[in-house]
Design a protein around this ligand. Structure first.
Ligand code: ABN
Length: 176
């Protein structure tokens, strides 16, 4: 690998000797703009499809706080949207569990199935509002990561269960 280091060093020194700082910055900027035209830039392409973790904002509060709301199809717990958070955030003072159970929910708006990760929010007393007991795609304990009847705060410092968020991971099938 020494030859590669030497080659890189010589190349950089050569460029530094022959090209001014301003023109090299201009060259880098031009190549970045050019590459954005040639290659589709991922975040832009994804934004066009809509972000499944903010699109709930397009629906009414009543809809997203209902157990029948499509992304909550595997929730066994209190909806964080009724507990000072939102369908995708725990709210102040609660910490999202790093481990979760996953399910598959059908979005009636676009007719697609989505993989949803259900994280418990931890560190506060049980919220006690909007309790849901849904079990679409849920499996018994021997398929641990598809079980919702578990306190997923097991990996958090504070094991107190507060509420549950529904994070959409993506469609189960990608259209070509
Ligand atoms: N996953 C929600 C939950 C928390 C505590 C106990 C049972 C279920």
């Amino acid at each position: 690998m020494l030859w590669l280091d030497k080659f890189g060093e010589n190349l950089s020194r050569g460029i530094a000797r022959n090209v001014s700082r301003r023109s090299s910055l201009a060259l880098i900027a031009k190549s970045m703009v050019g590459s954005a035209f040639i290659m589709p830039v991922l975040p832009i392409a994804r934004a066009q499809d809509g972000d499944p973790n903010t699109d709930w904002k397009l629906d009414t509060k009543e809809e997203v706080e209902s157990c029948d709301y499509w992304r909550h199809c595997g929730v066994d717990g209190f909806l964080c949207g009724c507990c000072g958070g939102s369908p995708t955030s725990c709210g102040p003072g609660a910490e999202r569990s790093p481990v979760s159970w996953v399910g598959t929910c059908h979005n009636p708006k676009d007719g697609k199935d989505y993989m949803v990760s259900y994280h418990d929010c931890c560190g506060k007393n049980p919220c006690g509002r909007c309790y849901c007991f849904n079990d679409v795609g849920e499996r018994p304990g021997y398929q641990f990561f598809r079980t919702n009847d578990v306190n997923w705060c097991i990996a958090n410092k504070n094991l107190n269960y507060h509420c549950t968020v529904s994070i959409v991971l993506g469609p189960t099938k990608y259209d070509n």
